[in-house]
Design a protein around this ligand. Structure first.
Ligand SMILES: Cc1ncc(COP(=O)(O)O)c(C=O)c1O
Length: 423
């Protein structure tokens, strides 16, 4: 039995009032709150072992390197990736956006002939195809759209069903023998819908393509195993999984990472550098980690990963499924339309909605006045909103610290919105 009330008490930020009401935080899809142990891990690192990693022969440098690599191993374990030295499959990035841009830039570099023969598998040319879905966050949409523009590849996408799920009924039409890269979200950040990625991955691989997963909204909420899923690459952010801001991770199958050319250049990623010859780059993950690492943040992200595994991703999933059941009751309130699946099937506790006749910002402000934090706007996913005939929406999203009382406070406030605005 997990004591979720005790878990909530680990989050100091939740113990406060906003506008005279106890804070109800329902914006975890934007960023999660941090348990005390994660906050502590970061300051403890600075208090005791702060030093650069993989450089310097002194004891502190050795300790910080060990802490950094231990954290990488914990994160790897959370997602079913390899962590043994020489087999690492987790690259430290500045976040999901940085990881996705790293990939798109590296594929672009391969298209210019960088990385030699090994990198040819990533190279794109006119006539090749890149496929995304209409559910994508702009941090998938834009890097891959730019990559298409730079290489002359054709940019295509998988459409959505009426309730906003990525369509998989026409994969044979969209993913063809010309498709080189398919990049799709695991969970829609607007709809909360879990994408049926298995057939998309299968089709991509049958066509000889590379599959990239946006795991931003899945790793914090679902048990994921990238080996079992057979994804080639996956990117996500630490700050949505109870870890610090400014850091994220890119998973790559080891053989893929070894073949991929670097995307940014500088210290700590090069074996040999000369004035008059091309440099010889290090093996992954160092090849993709140019510059000084956000060591304290990575160490704290490792603590977050370990803490999630200790709760148990199954139990965390179960708790959030229970919250989602309650959250979806908003669909019964007059004038509220849920943007995404209305049933609690293959979805997470991220629910976007439209209140008929009231602008999302007015809804957000009204809800905020009751001490409840939700997101308003297009959530960096404009094509999804257009699919629903909207420009913006409201979004409530759960984390492990939420309770049924939180959801009920939201439902109660939502029921008052249209009467308040006299709609
Ligand atoms: C599905 C999805 N992908 C990518 C991102 C980008 O993450 P970050 O802003 O942490 O780089 C987000 C963040 O909102 C997201 O929800």
């Amino acid at each position: 039995m997990v004591d979720f009330a005790a878990i909530r008490n680990e989050f100091p930020i939740l113990d406060q009032e906003i506008h005279g009401h106890p804070l109800v935080y329902l914006d975890s899809a934007a960023t999660s709150q941090k348990p005390q142990r994660v906050i502590e891990a970061e300051s403890e690192f600075y208090r005791t072992i702060n030093a650069g990693v993989h450089r310097g022969a002194h004891e502190l440098a050795a300790r910080s390197t060990t802490a950094f690599e231990d954290a990488r191993a914990k994160v790897a374990k959370l997602v079913g990736a390899n962590a043994e030295e020489g087999e690492e499959e987790i690259v430290v990035t500045a976040g999901a956006t940085a990881g996705l841009n790293l990939l798109a830039t590296a594929f672009g570099n391969a298209s210019l002939g960088r990385g030699g023969e090994a990198a040819r598998r990533f190279a794109l040319k006119p006539g090749d195809e890149i496929v995304v879905s209409k559910a994508e966050h702009h941090s998938v949409l834009l890097p891959f759209q730019e990559l298409a523009a730079r290489t002359g590849a054709t940019f295509k996408w998988l459409d959505l069903t009426d309730d906003g799920r990525v369509r998989t009924d026409n994969l044979d039409e969209v993913i063809t023998e010309r498709t080189r890269i398919v990049a799709v979200t695991h969970v829609g950040n607007v709809t909360g819908a879990i994408t049926d990625i298995a057939p998309i991955i299968k089709r991509t691989h049958e066509m000889g393509g590379i599959f990239v997963l946006d795991a931003c909204q899945s790793v914090p909420h679902l048990k994921v195993d990238f080996h079992a899923l057979d994804v080639d690459f996956a990117a996500w952010s630490a700050h949505k999984m109870y870890g610090p801001t400014g850091v994220g991770f890119l998973y790559g199958k080891r053989e893929m990472l070894e073949a991929l050319p670097p995307a940014s250049f500088g210290g700590s990623m090069v074996e040999l550098a000369w004035m008059d010859q091309p440099a010889q780059y290090m093996l992954p993950p160092a090849r993709f980690e140019a510059g000084t690492q956000p060591v304290a943040q990575v160490v704290a992200a490792g603590v977050a990963a370990e803490w999630m595994m200790a709760i148990g991703m199954d139990r965390l999933e179960e708790h959030e499924r229970m919250l989602t059941d309650e959250l979806l009751k908003m669909g019964d309130i007059d004038g509220i339309r849920i943007i995404g699946p209305r049933e609690n099937v293959k979805r997470i506790g991220t629910v976007a909605f439209d209140v008929e006749g009231v602008h999302p910002h007015d809804v957000g402000q009204f809800i905020d006045a009751q001490g409840i934090a939700i997101r308003v706007g297009h959530h960096c996913a404009q094509p999804v909103h257009r699919h629903f005939g909207l420009y913006a929406s409201n979004r409530a999203s759960c984390g492990v610290y939420n309770s049924i009382d939180d959801i009920d406070a939201l439902l109660e406030a939502l029921a008052k919105v249209r009467p308040f605005f006299e709609v």
